[in-house]
Structures are given as structure tokens and as C-alpha cells.
Design a protein around this ligand. Structure first.
Ligand code: AAO
Length: 522
């Protein structure tokens, strides 16, 4: 019997008409914790994801995994096998460097069986680059002719693309302030599909329904900004309910749409609220600015963090500190974006994101690449996943200390991040209480008696006694360690009967923040 022993412990997904979220439904026993974050295992192989679900993600409270595009893509040899070749579809066959359909099916089954769900990065705004030549074959040998817009494996023909509508000289998007160009011209020269046509819609619907029937729980809609929201809506309404083998009957797929909108865009995030959640790119950009103390920003200003920082409503927001694009200078967010390359500030940023109630959270899990910044640009921003000489992706090796090898960073396995995923589950649904700050870069806040966090991003030590709102007891800090049996492997925090507790964080401490919650109490 899989770990997921209680068959009534099922995820349900509320109807399309309001905030999507992960909910737990009727239990025979007392309510179990919810799971509230997903991790993007960028470029991982399906067999490695299946193992990660069973050996790690399930027991550490992760709700799911965002996987890289699973369908057949162009093989790019110059530069050599860039990560972004997977954003140039050739067909909807489940065949890529991450694995074949059988391995995909096995991954979804094994992850679902342990309560960790699969969210697929789906690319249906476009096919491959118009200049990808004629008479070539995709990674799984499907024929295509880019010049003739011919993709017989779907099938798509020239009548399925927007070229006749786009009026720019290049055929590409040349000006983002023109919504017609954004929707009907080519993004980066990628052949732009006509999602307003039934013939195209039906192919996309079939692709997504095949994934749903295999057991996936939802979708990241790539380049959603370049598709009319009404066309996305038609497609979504035609999707099957989630597979009843793992989901409550009638459950709908969880949707989050990639729309880059830092303000002032002709195409705005709010247009897509009707379909589900939307990526909030202001989140990572602003949080990075605050933690880097740029523009005279300081953590005390985070007291108002959320919609008053010009961000979308929390129940529509899909948030992250960095993503696969902006961690390497693609997409949006600029130089303030924090990544694994700056681990101390990155851990604080992810820790703050997971402690704060705003939005639905995704954690990035990256691979190393030979960064080569020249004139502010990373010349190696294209470098693909750790791979062998034949282009096959290297396995994710796991060391005895639970970290990863073979070039995989595995931020989701860093102690502070892993333990904050559980913190977010434990405090889910509770508002912020007991906010404190020193009017600079030392802040603290509680989550209504379920948890409490303290951050020191100042250039001086923190030593305060604060009201935590927590019940009295001895708590294990889940940043410097964790609760193991009847002991804390890190520091202990004593909360008095009146909820007061003493916190000390030296400004050069290895762990610049403390987090305690009611499930880490001795
Ligand atoms: C590759 C090559 C290209 C080549 C192309 C075709 O790099 O040189 O022409 O193949 O052969 C990924 C890579 C691309 C890659 C592509 C296809 O990032 O480099 O092209 O695969 O292999 C726009 C889209 C957004 C998109 C983002 C990268 O709106 O959807 O560009 N992200 C997704 C994926 C991404 C993928 C694709 C889409 C394509 O996450 O991985 O591309 O499937 C403004 C606009 C944004 C726009 C950005 C970048 O953003 O608002 O909508 O994103 O520009 O073009 C400030 C502004 C902000 C601005 C930002 C960047 O922050 O406030 O608005 O600067 O300028």
C-alpha cells in the first residue's frame, strides 16, 4: 500500500471560477496538513522525478512538481543542445530528453501514489523557429518542414499559423505596446499558432487531455501572454476532469499562466484572471531589491508586502523568487533577481516567501552552468542541463547528506528551504500577527499562533524579546536544524506562558533567520 494510505485524503480543486488552490477534503481522521508549494525540477529526467517524489518530496510536504515540456522538440546543435530547445515543439508526442511516454506515465503514477502531483509546462503558443529548415526531424524523429509550416505528426499546416495576420516587416513581435503584435506575431521567430481556430484548439485540447488522462494535476501555460485569454478559456473548458484514480471526481486542472507584466504593458496579467492563476513577476524583482537593500529599500517595508506593492490579488498570484528564465537573464526581472548563485540572500528570500501568506508558491530547483558575465550579459545563458557526450541528461545523484551531485543544485533539498515548505503547510490559512521591525532590516512576524519567523538582514546583531503569539513550550528552530524525536538538532527557542520569547541572530551568522512552528515543538 503506497504511503498515501488514507484513500479519503484526496486533493480537490475548486471550480474554475475562483482562486485555484490545493484543498484537502473530508477526512475520516482529524484534518491532515495541506501541501502548499510546488518545486520546478528543471530539466530533470522522468525516472529521477519519480524517485524524488517517493524518496523525498512526499515526506517533506511538497504538493507537486513542475516538469519541463514533455513533448517532442527541435534538436538545436548550435549552440550545443541549449535548455531552450525544449520550447520549440515539433509534435505533441511525449518524447524528450527527459524520457519517453512509458517513463512519463510511470513518473505520474508513482508521484500521484505518494501524494505529489505533476504540473506540466505546456508550450502551445507556437511551434519551432521559422528558420529551423526544411525536411528536418525532431528529437523523436518526427518530420517537419518549418519553411512550409508543415508538422504532419500533429498535424499542423500553414493554415494553422498567424502569419497572414501579423503585419510587422519581420513577422516577429517588434513592439510589446501593440497587443496585436504580442498575440499574432512570432515570439523570437517562433511559428505562431492560431488558437482562435477550432482546428488548432482541438489539437491542443487533445494534447492536454492525454496528459490529464495519464494523471497530471495541472499546467503552466507557457507564453500565455501571447495567446488571447478567451482562446485559453475555450481550451480549458474543453479539458477533462482530473483522473479519478487519484483526484476527487469532478476535480479541475490547476492552471497558472505565464504572463510577464511588470506594469505598463499593453497586455496585462488581469486579463488572464478568468482562467486561473497568473505568474507575478513583480514578486521576485521587488523582493530581490529589498533584500539587496537597493533603491533605499529595507525589510521593515515588507510589513505591507502583498497587493499594496502593486501586485495582483493573492488568490490569483503564482509567485517565485526566481524562475528558469530570469535566473539566467531571460524573460523578466532584471539584476535584482536572487538565485542560488547568492545562497545567503536567496535562502532569506525563499524563507520569507514561504513564511508569508501571499500567493501560491513555487520553488526553483536548478542545475549549475559555467556562468560567463560580460557587459552584464551571461554568454552561457543557453547552456543546457548536465549531460553526457551523446546529449543524454545525466542522472540526479544524491549524496548521503541529502544534497545532489552531477551538477544538479537541488535548492529544494537545502535544509532551510525544505523546512520552510513544511512551515508553510503548518501555518496555511493563518493571517500575519505580531509584526515587529527595527525600522531597518530586522523583522519578525507570526502566523496566528501556528508559527513565528525572525530575520536579520542588518549589519548589526539582533537581540530582542518578542511576543510570538505561540503557545508556551520549547521550539526547535527549523532553519539551524530540526526536531528529531525529543531533541532539536539546531537552536531551541523557549516561549513563555505569555508567548514572549528571546531571539538572537548575529549579523554574520550562518543562518540569518529563525523559524519556529507548532509541529516543531518538543
Ligand atoms: C531561442 C533563442 C532566440 C531565437 C529563438 C528561435 O534564444 O534567439 O530567436 O530560440 O530560434 C525560451 C528562451 C528563448 C528561446 C526560446 C525558444 O528564453 O531565448 O529563444 O525558449 O527556444 C517573452 C515572453 C515570455 C517568454 C520570455 C522568454 O512573453 O513568455 O520572452 N518566456 C517563456 C519561457 C521561455 C521560452 C519561451 C517563453 C518561448 O519561459 O523559457 O523562451 O517558449 C519583455 C516582455 C515579456 C518578454 C520579455 C523577453 O519583458 O514584457 O513578455 O517575455 O520582454 O522578450 C523588463 C520589462 C519587461 C521585459 C523585460 C525583458 O523587465 O519590464 O516587460 O525587461 O526585456
Amino acid at each position: 500500500m503506497p504511503r498515501h494510505e488514507n484513500p479519503t485524503r484526496l486533493l480537490i480543486f475548486k471550480a474554475q471560477d475562483q482562486a485555484f488552490g490545493l484543498y484537502w477534503t473530508q477526512y475520516k481522521s482529524s484534518p491532515k496538513p495541506v501541501r502548499t508549494s510546488i518545486v520546478h525540477l528543471f530539466e530533470w529526467r522522468w525516472i529521477d522525478i519519480a524517485l524524488e517524489c517517493e524518496m523525498y518530496l512526499s515526506q517533506h510536504g511538497f504538493a507537486g512538481v513542475q516538469i519541463s515540456p514533455p513533448n517532442e522538440n527541435l534538436v538545436v546543435m548550435n549552440p550545443w543542445r541549449p535548455w531552450w530547445e525544449r520550447y520549440q515543439p515539433v509534435s505533441y508526442k511525449l518524447c524528450s530528453r527527459s524520457g519517453n511516454e512509458s517513463e512519463f506515465r510511470d513518473m505520474v503514477t508513482r508521484c500521484n501514489n505518494v501524494g505529489v502531483h505533476i504540473y506540466v509546462d505546456v508550450v502551445f503558443n507556437h511551434m519551432l523557429n521559422s528558420a529551423a529548415g526544411s525536411g528536418n526531424r525532431g528529437i523523436c524523429n518526427s518530420y517537419f518542414n518549418a519553411e512550409r509550416h508543415d508538422f504532419p505528426s500533429v498535424p499542423y499546416s500553414r493554415f494553422d499559423f498567424n502569419d497572414p495576420i501579423c503585419k510587422t516587416p519581420s513577422g516577429d513581435i517588434e513592439n510589446y505596446s501593440d497587443p496585436i503584435q504580442v498575440r499574432y506575431c512570432r515570439l523570437y521567430g517562433l511559428l505562431d499558432l492560431s488558437q482562435w481556430k477550432d482546428d488548432v484548439r482541438s489539437k491542443i485540447i487533445d494534447f492536454l487531455n492525454h496528459l490529464i488522462d495519464l494523471g497530471v494535476a495541472g499546467f503552466r501555460i507557457d507564453a500565455a501572454k501571447h495567446i488571447r485569454p478567451e482562446d485559453i478559456n475555450v481550451i480549458l473548458t474543453k479539458l477533462n476532469n482530473l483522473n479519478a484514480r487519484w483526484f476527487t471526481k469532478g476535480s479541475r486542472p490547476f492552471i497558472y499562466q505565464e504572463v510577464i507584466d511588470l506594469g505598463g504593458e499593453a497586455v496585462q496579467s488581469s486579463e488572464y484572471f478568468r482562467n486561473g492563476r497568473v505568474t507575478e513577476f513583480k514578486y521576485g524583482m521587488q523582493l530581490g531589491t529589498v533584500l539587496r537593500k537597493w533603491n533605499e529599500q529595507k525589510m521593515a517595508n515588507l510589513k505591507s508586502w502583498g497587493e499594496s506593492w502593486h501586485m495582483m490579488p493573492s488568490n490569483k498570484a503564482f509567485v517565485f523568487v526566481d524562475n528558469h528564465d530570469n535566473q539566467r537573464g531571460h524573460g523578466s526581472g532584471g539584476s535584482s533577481i536572487l538565485t542560488f548563485w547568492n545562497p545567503r540572500l536567496y535562502k532569506m528570500a525563499v524563507g520569507f516567501m514561504l513564511a508569508h501568506p501571499y500567493g501560491f508558491t513555487r520553488i526553483m530547483s536548478s542545475y549549475w552552468w559555467p556562468k560567463d558575465i560580460q557587459n552584464g550579459t551571461d554568454l552561457n545563458d543557453w547552456v543546457g542541463p548536465p549531460s553526457n557526450s551523446d546529449g543524454s541528461i545525466k542522472p540526479v545523484t544524491i549524496y548521503a547528506n541529502e544534497t545532489c551531485g552531477n551538477g544538479w543544485i537541488c535548492e529544494h533539498r537545502w535544509d532551510e528551504i525544505r523546512n520552510m515548505v513544511i512551515f508553510r503547510n503548518v501555518v496555511y490559512g493563518e493571517p500575519i500577527t505580531n509584526w515587529w521591525d527595527n525600522n531597518n532590516n530586522q523583522v519578525a512576524f507570526g502566523r496566528a499562533g501556528k508559527g513565528f519567523v525572525v530575520f536579520n538582514n542588518d549589519d548589526r546583531n539582533l537581540l530582542v524579546i518578542l511576543p510570538t503569539g505561540l503557545p508556551a513550550g520549547v521550539y526547535c528552530d527549523v532553519i539551524s536544524g530540526r526536531k528529531e524525536g525529543k531533541t532539536c538538532t539546531g537552536i531551541q527557542i523557549h516561549v513563555a506562558a505569555n508567548g514572549m520569547a528571546r531571539f538572537q541572530i548575529n549579523y554574520q551568522a550562518k543562518h540569518p533567520f529563525i523559524a519556529i512552528h507548532v509541529e516543531a515543538r518538543l
